[in-house]
Write a protein of this length. Structure first.
Length: 196
C-alpha cells in the first residue's frame, strides 16, 4: 500500500482556496467524487460559468485536476487531487491576510461538514437498517497536555489515512458508499493566561 501524500498548504495555496465557493467545490469533489462543472453547479445552486471559473482557479493552485477516466471530451470532468490537505493556523498567525484566509477556509469546511451531518440525521430512517446500525457518532472528553493532544491527533490521522488508502479506487462502484469520518480535536474552555 502506498503512502497517501500530504500537502501542507503554503500562503499562496491557502489564498487560492480562500473563497466560500472554492472550498465548497473542493469539498464536494472530495466527499462525492468526480463531477462536471454543470453537475456541481446544480448541486450547489450556482451557474456552470461560476463553477467553471472557480474550478480553474482551484486547478491553478493544485487542488483539482481533470479526471482522465471520465468524460467524452465534450464536458470536462473534475476530481480532487489525490492528497490529504493539512493546514495549521499557527503557520499563518503572523500575517493578518493569511490568518483571515485560514479562518474562512476552516469555517467553510466546518459548515459543509455540519450540513452533511444534518442531511444524514434528516434522512437516516430512509437508509437500510444495516447502514443505520453500522454508523454512529461519539464524543470523548479527555484531559490531555499539549504533547498528548498532538500525539493523539497524529494517531487518529494515521488511522484515517490507512482507511483512505484501503478505499482508493472505489468511487463509482455500486457496492460502496461514500462514508465521512469527521475528526476535530481542540481544547475547550478559556485559553490559558499568557505570562508577560
Amino acid at each position: 500500500m502506498t503512502q497517501r501524500p500530504v500537502r501542507r498548504l503554503d500562503r499562496s495555496a491557502l489564498l487560492g482556496l480562500a473563497h466560500p465557493l472554492r472550498v465548497r467545490l473542493y469539498d464536494e469533489l472530495m466527499s462525492r467524487g468526480s463531477a462536471t462543472a454543470s453537475e456541481l453547479g446544480r448541486r450547489l445552486g450556482e451557474s456552470s460559468g461560476s463553477t467553471s471559473y472557480h474550478l480553474r482557479q482551484l486547478e491553478r493552485h493544485g487542488f483539482v485536476e481533470t479526471d482522465p477516466d471520465r468524460g467524452t471530451g465534450r464536458e470536462r470532468w473534475w476530481r480532487a487531487t489525490p492528497e490529504s490537505i493539512q493546514t495549521r493556523g499557527r503557520d499563518f498567525q503572523d500575517d493578518p491576510t493569511s490568518a483571515e484566509a485560514h479562518r474562512l477556509v476552516s469555517a467553510e469546511w466546518l459548515r459543509t461538514r455540519r450540513a452533511r451531518q444534518d442531511t444524514w440525521l434528516d434522512t437516516r430512517r430512509q437508509w437500510p437498517q444495516e447502514w443505520q446500525a453500522s454508523v454512529g457518532d461519539s464524543v470523548s472528553h479527555l484531559w490531555l497536555d499539549r504533547e498528548e493532544a498532538e500525539q493523539l491527533q497524529a494517531q487518529l490521522i494515521g488511522l484515517m489515512t490507512e482507511w483512505a488508502e484501503r478505499a482508493e479506487g472505489r468511487d463509482g462502484d455500486p457496492r460502496y458508499r461514500a462514508v465521512e469520518v469527521q475528526l476535530a480535536l481542540f481544547p475547550t474552555g478559556p485559553p490559558p493566561v499568557q505570562e508577560p
